[in-house]
Design a protein around this ligand. Structure first.
Ligand code: FEO
Length: 396
């Protein structure tokens, strides 16, 4: 298979996973890539490997450039198995390669593969001279694992940040401008929301470091290489890392016999009457991981559930459990629902929202059996007030 030279003597040699649709808990409707970068100098380095079943594809792309046995270093920016499970086979093809990684990277690799490999341990700021080029390493802990680091090649103004700035896109295109900002942005947002969301503070620190480096190209470990949209990507990452959101709402709900759905639609009408764009996410037809990108950019998040067996419907509790882990901040929340007796479902949802530290200016709406017209009017009014509240905040 063909490699692609992205800078003089720097080659993309990764694998394209066209069939992936589910990536450790979240959807990946466009598939993904595992990007490896081969740097050919007096010494030869491969930056990041691929998932085990992509190994042959990576190897054939390396062979398109050089004999893999000539590789001196394998840089492991991150231990997670989508980048490391191809390493055991890689070391058979490149038996002299030493593994360059952070101290936590070494510990992680040892726990995963139980092998005594030959390591070069690098701390933040360390450099490795390849010849004309230098590899500079910066640790970026918790973006998004403790071992995470980025590799920078100053001579090429090339940043290889592993998962950061990644997007799950399988494509024969390799560069951002070949696909367009809308798709790159949408998939970067899905990726950030589902993987990086809890680590905004650490992302912000990494962005500060990135701001000190001249960068012409960013080669993430998933998706398209950035060359045209770098300023836009840095800007949206800054917004996401700081939990900045827009004056819009997402209503995520499930329903048993349609009552909670009626309340959801009344809330939608109310919000829209105040000029707020709303996204409706019915949890029987939307995976929870597809709701999270909406939460990434919406200031208001409304969660609806009927009561089942004295609790929430499992789809709704799954969403709230997922959100709790992802820790979105500075949101306005609201719970609503319907019940036959008891009514614990919406109350539990409200409790979970409160537990995330979100503001809750509106009372929980919890209606027995089927809402009547006056109750739906009350819901519309609550939606409208919430919308006006959002408008006021966004105009400040
Ligand atoms: Fe792409 Fe955290 O692995």
């Amino acid at each position: 298979m063909k490699s692609l030279e992205i800078k003089p003597q720097v080659y993309w040699v990764g694998g394209i996973d066209w069939n992936l649709r589910y990536f450790h808990g979240h959807t990946a409707p466009r598939g993904t890539t595992y990007n490896s970068y081969l740097i050919v100098d007096e010494k030869i380095a491969l930056v990041d490997a691929v998932k085990h079943y992509m190994f042959d594809e990576m190897l054939s792309r390396i062979r398109d450039v050089i004999d893999p046995a000539r590789i001196d270093y394998l840089v492991v920016n991150h231990v997670e198995m989508d980048h490391s499970s191809g390493i055991p086979k890689f070391l058979e093809a490149a038996p002299h390669a030493r593994i360059v990684t952070s101290p936590k990277g070494k510990k992680g690799l040892e726990r995963h593969y139980k092998k005594s490999w030959d390591y070069v341990i690098v701390n933040s700021g360390d450099e490795l001279k390849l010849g004309r080029r230098t590899l500079k390493f910066v640790h970026t802990p918790m973006v998004h694992w403790p071992d995470s680091m980025v590799t920078y090649v100053p001579e090429d103004k090339l940043l290889l940040p592993n998962d950061a700035f990644g997007q799950h896109i399988a494509s024969t295109a390799r560069f951002d401008d070949e696909v367009g900002w809308d798709i790159v942005h949408e998939e970067a947002a899905r990726y950030y929301a589902n993987i990086v969301f809890p680590y905004g503070e650490q992302v912000d620190k990494a962005l500060e470091v990135a701001a000190t480096l001249p960068i012409e190209m960013i080669g993430p470990s998933h998706g398209l290489i950035l060359r045209s949209y770098i300023p836009r990507m840095l800007q949206v990452y800054h917004r996401w890392a700081n939990n900045e959101s827009d004056a819009k709402a997402v209503i995520a709900y499930d329903t048993m016999w349609g009552s909670t759905q009626k309340i959801a639609l009344a809330l939608q009408e109310g919000l829209e009457s105040a000029g707020i764009p709303v996204t409706m996410r019915f949890l029987q037809t939307n995976h929870i991981s597809d709701v999270v990108p909406d939460v990434l950019t919406a200031k208001a998040v409304l969660i609806g559930t009927p009561t089942l067996n004295n609790g929430m419907l499992p789809t709704v509790s799954a969403l709230l459990t997922y959100l709790k882990g992802l820790r979105p901040k500075n949101r306005i929340g609201m719970a609503f629902g319907s019940y036959g007796w008891g009514g614990q479902g919406a109350r539990d949802a409200a409790e979970a929202i409160r537990g995330m530290g979100w503001e809750m200016p509106e009372e929980t709406i919890n209606i027995p059996y089927i809402p009547d017209e006056s109750e739906l009017l009350t819901a519309r009014e609550a939606g409208q007030r919430l919308g006006q509240n959002l408008k006021m905040i966004s105009d400040m």
